[in-house]
Design a protein around this ligand. Sequence first.
Ligand code: BG6
Length: 507
Amino acid sequence: MSSSNPLRDAADRRLPRIAGPSGLVIFGVTGDLSRKKLMPAVYDLANRGLLPPGFSLIGFARRDWEDEDFAQVVHDAVKQHSRTPFREEVWQQLIQGMRFVQGNFDDDEAFEQLKATIQELDKAQGTGGNFAFYLSVPPKFFPQVVQQLKKHDLADAPQGAWRRAVIEKPFGHDLASARELNAIVHEVFAPDQVFRIDHYLGKETVQNILALRFANQMFEPIWNRSYVDHIQITMAEDIGIGGRAGYYDGIGAARDVIQNHLLQLMALTAMEEPASFDADALVAEKAKVLGAVRLPKDLGSSTVRGQYAAGWQGGEKAVGYLQEEGIDPKSKTDTYAAIKLEVDNRRWAGVPFYLRTGKRLGRRVTEIAVVFQRAPHSPFDHTATEELGHNAIVIRVQPDEGITVRFGSKVPGTSMEIRDVSMDFAYGESFTESSPEAYERLILDVLLGDANLFPRTEEVELSWNILDPIEEYWDSHGKPAQYPAGTWGPTEADEMLARDGRSWRRP
Ligand code: BG6
């Protein structure tokens, strides 16, 4: 309830958000995501004092481990990957609530063991029956795990407590499978118990899109078709597929990241101001954008898919996708995808949104560039408007987090020559606080029951609705274009923009 003192209310809102009595169960705890992201995030939260003293972490997997073996694996993962310094006293506290349950997902005894472990922790650690189940497992196991949770009476919270399910992407591989999956999950968990992870929403710079647009007065008036020429959203990676052949082959770049991360970035960039920052209001506005997305009629000239061939990356030879271990040498999987979309509403009519992503590109960078129309004429004899670049606001999501504004400025000297310059905001220079990892933020939100940063069923389905026709088109039209590793993708992608009289930014 708000008091009569607005400054006090604001100060209260800035108090750290600390999770109450609770625990986390990780299925698939021996996987990469768990070791590189989840375990370190739990430690970092504990280290920042954001977890309750009795916080408990249960690992569930097939390995023949004792609690101590599991704790050792967490210890090594934390030492290697956590963001904040290792402190023995934090570790000693965390280890009190660490347990391991061994078993397969079809093993009833193991789930009974899990139930007993939760009850034991409720007594020993005061977790109060509040547990989140993190499904960090291949999607084919989702149905089995949720059904086992139901069967063993783990999905329904005891009186006064909560139970939540956290589901990693991919949520299906097309609209039909996503619907099927959602139906299975919702047979067991109510919508407000389900937290779907899109880790891009946990990134500081992504949340800052909303701050930039809606906490300021100067951007929103020009954030529309009257001033914006087009928008480019790029998520480029320099890495290949690493050890993920099993997951990636047959999925490809568009399903792996456009369906979720890039369409979420697009929705945040294009949406109207939400009535508040709560989950219902945010989802409603994002869903309106996703529902208004239109595909160009000619998918052949407005989409490009590519596959990396051998090349040079960072001075080293990189093998082509088809030579990667575990990849079908005839695979047609896309490791690069570029698509042009439009948003059919009054704000954005006629403004193309170009989305691209790829593995083994020139460097790792994610950015959103809002590119403005040129000034209508130039009164300066020495510089024609065409000689200048377009004004642009570039939200640098990573790695060099910040915002750049590009505009023309007079070159010092005796003539009125104009040249493009940029003005930068960099997180590192403006804030002393460092950014939490996306998974830190999202795990904390799950424990607090705060659903703002988690996509809902509706968004997931709308996003597949956009992607499905593109995937179908690609399936029936030849092979992906090849591009050498370490370059910026296939030439077809450059030609796609050139046809519109535009070009990709070289970030
Ligand atoms: C994941 C994709 O969702 O995001 C990976 O499955 C990708 O293929 C990763 O490498 C990139 O995440 P980030 O945070 O490093 O940009």
